[in-house]
Design a protein around this ligand. Structure first.
Ligand SMILES: C[S@@+](CC[C@H](N)C(=O)[O-])C[C@H]1O[C@@H](n2cnc3c(N)ncnc32)[C@H](O)[C@@H]1O
Length: 196
């Protein structure tokens, strides 16, 4: 990792600054943090509750060791880390994530942000997101396919059929037409037990 390419740019107010790298920008402000990368204009970190209330996963969904899960464009969302933490290695297969986001860069940027003077609120959030980024980049916990969906459609990893295919505001960026994306997601599912 080329740390010299990472700079701290001060912002306008107290606790405001940006950790800037040509491939990732992390903006920190009084109460939070926002991300953009060279691969996507906005990287979000939605909660499991958000996924449930927006129909991304079934409302009553509970982690299940038999479910084979694929998330397209997980970003820094809570869902996959929540699955990993709840099943603690008891699941048959690791969740698969397809996302071109550079998680090592995210980790380095967040660690650098934590070394600045930040509010307690921002610190708590950054630590939570750091934990998630570490889970995403741990191959013993997550099978991360570091690529864009459209690049790996034919890859052998994708020939598996999944019980749950999750896509929250990510497939949109793939350039795959929405009806085609729907068809693809259905074909990636096996049992259609969870029809989203
Ligand atoms: C708006 S964020 C959504 C993150 C997360 N799903 C959530 O709801 O918080 C979009 C994510 O999709 C990823 N992404 C962008 N283009 C993609 C593509 N072509 N294939 C797979 N993932 C992509 C980005 O890297 C980013 O992590």
């Amino acid at each position: 990792m080329n740390h010299s390419a990472m700079t701290i740019v001060p912002g306008g107010g107290p606790h405001e600054f940006t950790v800037a790298h040509p491939d990732l920008k992390v903006e920190c402000y009084g109460y939070g943090v926002s991300f953009s990368s060279s691969t996507c204009p906005i990287i979000t970190c939605h909660s499991v509750q958000y996924y449930k209330s927006h129909g991304v996963i079934p409302r009553g969904y509970k982690p299940n060791r038999d479910n084979r899960i694929l998330e397209i464009g997980a970003g820094l969302a809570e869902f996959v880390p929540w699955i990993v933490q709840n099943l603690r290695g008891s699941s048959r297969e690791r969740p698969v994530v397809i996302d071109p986001l550079n998680y090592s860069l995210v980790i380095n940027s967040l660690e650098l942000a934590l070394r600045q003077v930040i509010s307690e609120e921002a610190q708590t959030l950054i630590m939570r997101l750091l934990d998630r980024a570490k889970i995403y980049s741990d191959p013993s916990k997550v099978n991360l396919i570091s690529a864009r969906l459209e690049e790996v459609l034919d890859a052998t990893e994708l020939q598996n059929q999944y019980d749950l295919v999750v896509d929250c505001q990510a497939g949109f960026y793939s350039g795959i037409e929405s009806s085609e994306l729907m068809r693809l997601k259905e074909s990636l599912k096996r049992r259609k037990k969870f029809f989203i």
